[in-house]
Design a protein around this ligand. Structure first.
Ligand SMILES: *[C@@H]1O[C@H](CO)[C@@H](O)[C@H](O)[C@H]1NC(C)=O
Ligand SMILES: *[C@@H]1O[C@H](CO)[C@@H](O)[C@H](O)[C@H]1NC(C)=O
Ligand SMILES: *[C@@H]1O[C@H](CO)[C@@H](O)[C@H](O)[C@H]1NC(C)=O
Ligand SMILES: *[C@@H]1O[C@H](CO)[C@@H](O)[C@H](O)[C@H]1NC(C)=O
Ligand SMILES: *[C@@H]1O[C@H](CO)[C@@H](O)[C@H](O)[C@H]1NC(C)=O
Ligand SMILES: *[C@@H]1O[C@H](CO)[C@@H](O)[C@H](O)[C@H]1NC(C)=O
Ligand SMILES: *[C@@H]1O[C@H](CO)[C@@H](O)[C@H](O)[C@H]1NC(C)=O
Ligand SMILES: *[C@@H]1O[C@H](CO)[C@@H](O)[C@H](O)[C@H]1NC(C)=O
Ligand SMILES: *[C@@H]1O[C@H](CO)[C@@H](O)[C@H](O)[C@H]1NC(C)=O
Ligand SMILES: *[C@@H]1O[C@H](CO)[C@@H](O)[C@H](O)[C@H]1NC(C)=O
Ligand SMILES: *[C@@H]1O[C@H](CO)[C@@H](O)[C@H](O)[C@H]1NC(C)=O
Ligand SMILES: CC(=O)N[C@H]1CO[C@H](CO)[C@@H](O)[C@@H]1O
Length: 640
């Protein structure tokens, strides 16, 4: 039972005037020790970035020409763990009679021959968080029954990277800030993912304490004010990030002192026990309000914040990004600053588009004094900066003066990672230095009228890569067709592989296993503006996402898991000059886009659920062989 039910006053509908006082003995500001099981609330002063003495080797910005030494040494540790996980994965995922375990053992002495896997979870608000959660749940060997035949459990443990953007970053944050927890645990928790309370109204409970909407807003405002009083530019994104943290992080006060860089300090991560998390955000060019296709793409990894793009081409140490860097160095005499990289602020930055939700407060049934508290906060904030996150001071001030349009900016404007239409966080995973072989790209974008994806994100990433000497900076990406072709060929109705033929690429690039949101057991195309979900609806979308990723536990294609195996192994087979098993040839015929185009404008895309979930024998009516694109498009057009 929720604590709020006990005091009987705060519920979804919020009873006007019924503001609960914290129960006796609960000090809402001092509970961090109670939840110490969640690691590393290591900011020195809660949400407020604070001067600390610099370490002996002063933090500095480095060139993006190579991976950090932190990452390369972590990768070595990770490799032994992901190899073991991969052998477990191929213990239940058979690639016909090809002996994958022996293959992996045979090549384990040269780890660069082994497969290198990335997972990317798109943006799209709660829809993306939940559909993405279904995919992660399917890929996680800890999920009940996920390592049985026809399922994909263990793909997560076999991966090197997991990237999230906007709504996808809420998912990545929920997992990593909560000690690499499982989706099942997030669903079962009463403290996080309580989405029946809209983020505007705030939580019933924040960790262990009871909150009401007025004190929720007052707390949010106080924390952000403290940061402002300490001399840092703030924006509505600060409030947004704090609010998100209450929904996502299982710690009192929305994990006030949890930093993103603390992930790198946890032993579990240092031991390479799970993949590296990456969060993507975009840059807004000086003087621009619209974010274009040539905007800078930033990443937050556990150690750093920065970009491989030529406009920045540098990485700053994340733990110290509140410090005043000048040309990459903190001037002697200046202090270092820690605590800027609040975990909530990081996922808030990746999702700045959604901070507009907070502006809807006047349309809610909240009592007017709550609205007044919030409107006062907004009044204090620079309205022109409504939709940005202010990185103040700019860590790249006077860095790469000759090539960086940001070098003269004292404050760096960072925005939602999807604003350049690259709504799947592929950018960190296509960097040649990372040598990723295959990306599982979970797309929950709302491209079409009815909020289904139609390949727009892949098109944006592909087009950007064509500007190879400019913003693309040497990244290659597989060819993809236009969106009309995506819809006409049904490439957005089931997984499709891009870049299967590595000889047809302009440079080294991974295979992209595109996994579009699609209705299996329920309609998961909820509006981006739906802010509250009952637990059953939330769980139905997660289950649908599980089915999207597993093709309904392989009932839609009995060879699906083998084909996933083939996608994982393909580039490795090329490096080791291994003949492709027959099953993989068949899989690639079925799943690889072969260059066919049909660019005529399609009818409205209105798929219906593949499975009749009112029927308990649902799986019996799943079409079992829908494995070719042609079959799928036929099915699609008979359905719409
Ligand atoms: C994090 O999870 C791991 C694995 O479940 C567990 O061994 C460890 O104790 C947890 N750490 C914390 C701080 O809860
Ligand atoms: C990252 O690497 C640098 C340089 O080797 C080192 O000083 C720093 O402690 C590392 N950071 C973490 C969080 O391990
Ligand atoms: C796991 O499989 C068992 C045996 O088929 C079944 O009883 C159980 O309900 C399944 N659990 C879930 C979560 O699907
Ligand atoms: C790229 O961005 C710059 C601003 O930095 C703008 O002036 C330019 O027109 C843009 N170029 C393209 C091709 O969009
Ligand atoms: C809400 O309404 C008040 C009073 O009309 C107004 O001052 C305020 O700007 C509005 N807030 C927003 C976010 O629209
Ligand atoms: C695909 O999505 C884009 C972006 O929303 C939209 O402009 C376009 O009309 C869509 N095309 C099709 C065929 O769905
Ligand atoms: C797929 O497996 C999940 C979890 O084991 C189960 O809940 C779901 O009903 C299955 N779906 C189908 C279509 O078999
Ligand atoms: C799997 O692929 C093999 C080889 O192409 C084929 O013979 C078999 O029928 C397929 N199985 C299913 C269940 O589709
Ligand atoms: C092969 O490359 C050409 C040129 O980039 C492209 O037009 C074509 O679509 C590609 N074929 C496939 C199957 O990706
Ligand atoms: C192209 O797609 C349209 C549907 O938009 C369909 O009517 C037409 O038959 C397709 N053309 C070919 C050559 O398949
Ligand atoms: C390419 O795929 C289309 C369906 O997307 C199919 O109709 C066509 O036969 C395939 N072409 C080849 C050469 O396999
Ligand atoms: C491959 C490539 O073009 N790399 C370039 C990326 O941008 C930096 C900074 O402008 C250049 O130094 C690299 O050569």
């Amino acid at each position: 039972m929720k604590l709020s039910t006990l005091v009987g006053s705060i519920a979804v509908g919020f009873v006007p005037g019924a503001i609960a006082a914290p129960p006796n003995g609960f000090d809402t500001k001092d509970l961090s020790l109670e939840v110490a099981r969640r690691a590393l609330p290591n900011a020195p002063n809660g949400y407020t970035p604070t001067n600390v003495s610099c370490p002996a080797s002063r933090p500095s910005v480095r060139s993006a020409a190579k991976l950090s030494t932190n990452e390369t040494s972590w990768l070595e540790t990770r490799r032994t763990k992901s190899l073991t996980a991969m052998k477990d994965f191929f213990g239940h995922v058979n690639v016909s009679d090809f002996d994958v375990t022996s293959y992996l053992d045979k090549h384990s002495s040269n780890s660069s021959n082994l497969p290198n896997i990335g997972i990317a979870v798109s943006g799209g608000g709660y829809r993306a968080m939940l559909n993405g959660a279904g995919a992660i749940k399917a890929f996680d060997s800890r999920t009940e029954n996920a390592t049985t035949s026809g399922h994909l459990g263990g793909l997560l443990q076999s991966s090197t990277y997991v990237a999230g953007l906007s709504g996808g970053s809420w998912l990545v944050g929920s997992i990593y800030i909560n000690n690499f927890t499982t989706i099942s645990a997030l669903q079962e928790s009463s403290d996080v993912w309580a989405l029946s309370n809209s983020i505007i109204e705030g939580p019933d409970t924040g960790g262990l304490q009871i909150l009401d909407s007025a004190s929720y807003y007052k707390d949010l405002a106080d924390w952000v004010d403290d940061k402002k009083d300490a001399g840092f530019n703030t924006s509505i994104t600060d409030i947004w990030g704090r609010a998100l943290a209450f929904q996502m992080f299982n710690a009192s006060n929305g994990g006030l002192a949890y930093t993103w860089s603390s992930i790198a300090e946890t032993t579990e991560f240092q031991d390479g026990n799970y993949p590296m998390p990456l969060v993507v955000a975009d840059g807004r060019n000086p003087g621009e309000l619209v974010v274009g296709s040539n905007s800078t793409v930033y990443e937050f990894n556990p150690w750093e914040f920065g970009s491989f793009d030529p406009t920045i081409f540098g990485f700053a140490p994340l733990e110290y990004i509140g410090s005043r860097f000048v040309n990459g160095e903190i001037p002697s005499g200046d202090s270092c600053v820690r605590g800027f990289d609040s975990a909530g602020f990081v996922i808030g930055t990746s999702s700045t588009l959604f901070n507009q939700f907070l502006l809807q407060i006047n349309t809610t049934s909240l009592p007017s004094f709550v609205k007044n508290v919030f409107n006062d906060i907004l009044f204090d904030i620079d309205q022109a900066n409504d939709d940005i996150a202010a990185y103040d001071p700019n860590p790249f001030y006077h860095y790469n003066n000759d090539s960086s349009p940001y070098a003269k900016q004292k404050v760096l404007d960072v925005v939602d990672g999807g604003e350049d239409l690259q709504n799947i966080p592929l950018h960190p995973l296509i960097q040649p230095e990372r040598a990723v072989d295959v990306i599982f790209a979970v797309d929950s974008s709302a491209d079409t009228t009815y909020s289904w994806p139609n390949g727009t994100s892949l098109v944006a990433t592909y087009e950007r890569s064509l500007n190879s000497s400019g913003i693309g900076n040497g990244t290659a990406f597989p060819s993809v067709p236009d969106q009309n072709t995506f819809v006409n060929l049904g490439l957005n109705t089931r997984p499709t592989f891009f870049g299967c033929d590595s000889s047809n690429l302009t440079g080294p690039a991974p295979i992209v296993v595109y996994i579009p949101n699609y209705p299996y057991s329920s309609f998961s195309n909820v509006s981006t503006f739906d802010l509250s979900y009952e637990d059953t609806q939330r769980d139905n979308i997660i289950l649908n996402g599980y089915e999207v990723a597993t093709m309904a536990n392989s009932t839609r294609d009995g060879n699906w898991t083998a084909c996933v195996g083939c996608a994982i192994l393909s580039r490795s087979f090329e490096r080791t000059k291994t003949t492709l098993p027959d099953i993989c040839t068949q899989c690639f015929t079925n799943y690889c886009w072969n260059g066919t185009l049909n660019s005529t404008t399609p009818n409205a895309f209105e798929p219906v659920t593949l499975m009749d979930n009112s029927d308990s024998k649902a799986s019996a009516i799943v079409p079992t062989v829908l494995s070719t694109a042609a079959a799928v498009s036929v099915a699609l057009f008979t359905l719409v």
